[in-house]
Design a protein around this ligand. Structure first.
Ligand SMILES: [Zn+2]
Length: 281
């Protein structure tokens, strides 16, 4: 899992704010915020100057409490939300030379359909709960330009088998499934077009501990098998510890610490990270 020469994804100085700012908060170097919030004008600075690289085959964990900006960051990277500024480069797209955020909405759709998959905390965001499970997968494949029904069917059942949905339940709608099964269908769907990057946003939050362990185990397994690069967001350092090679710690919209997960666990530098690590012991 060593880092090869060039990153598959580079994010530089990503900013996302809600509100237009004022003289108190506009200058990032002399900003007076309460956490990520400007009291004078009400602007929220959800992501401030986020810069990182993701390497091929790597799992990068992003840990932070709610309001830290980690989910906003994921939404920006998947174009669910527009950024306020910054750049992102994806190696498999135009050889990593085009800032994704500047691309047309059509190109962004192409990137979402071919180069990224996302698994949401809430399965309602990632699945059509009334479609069959295999139909959910077909939908993503059709969006990427597939038209061959029998090929989609065999790909769909192969993927569902991979995430341990029994064959006889593949035509069932996710609304009939348990929370853990719904997350597994989401994972299958996200993998359907063989994306080089998977975005996972709090995918086990709210599940029972034993179910959570199963889903995490599945993700770990798939990651090793497919060598897919992952961004894994969680408020739970235990989840991050299980899966992430490297970890980035976010607080109030900023990255306060990043490094090898083992190193962060052994020797956390920032007071907030120290608190997280101690609560794990
Ligand atoms: Zn302000």
């Amino acid at each position: 899992m060593g880092q090869s020469a060039s990153p598959i994804l580079s994010v530089n100085h990503l900013n996302k704010q809600f509100g237009s700012g004022c003289e108190v908060c506009s200058d990032p170097k002399h900003r007076h915020l309460e956490r990520n919030y400007c009291r004078a004008c009400g602007t929220v600075y959800s992501c401030q100057d986020i810069t990182f690289d993701l390497y091929p085959g790597e799992v990068l964990g992003i840990v932070g409490e709610s309001g830290s900006g980690k989910s906003t960051l994921m939404r920006c990277l998947y174009f669910d939300q527009d950024v306020s500024g910054g750049e992102a480069y994806l190696q498999p797209y135009k050889e990593g030379e085009s800032n994704l955020f500047q691309e047309s909405s059509q190109q962004k759709k192409h990137i979402r359909n071919h180069l990224m998959g996302k698994v949401y905390q809430n399965p309602v965001m990632g699945l059509r709960m009334n479609f069959s499970s295999i139909g959910n997968i077909a939908e993503k494949m059709i969006a990427a330009g597939n038209r061959n029904v029998s090929a989609m069917e065999s790909r769909g059942s192969e993927l569902l088998e991979r995430v341990h949905i029994p064959v006889y339940r593949m035509k069932e709608a996710p609304k009939n499934f348990s929370g853990g099964m719904q997350q597994r269908v989401q994972i299958a769907k996200a993998l359907s077009n063989n994306p080089p990057i998977l975005l996972l946003d709090e995918v086990t939050t709210g599940l029972d501990l034993s179910v959570q362990a199963n889903v995490l185990d599945l993700i770990k397994h798939l990651q090793r098998e497919l060598k897919i690069s992952m961004l894994l967001v969680s408020h739970d350092l235990g989840v991050i510890r299980m899966l992430a090679d490297r970890t980035m710690v976010m607080l109030d919209g900023r990255v306060v610490e990043q490094g090898l997960t083992d190193q962060i666990l052994e020797d956390p530098q920032h007071a907030y990270t120290q608190q997280l690590v101690h609560s794990l012991l």
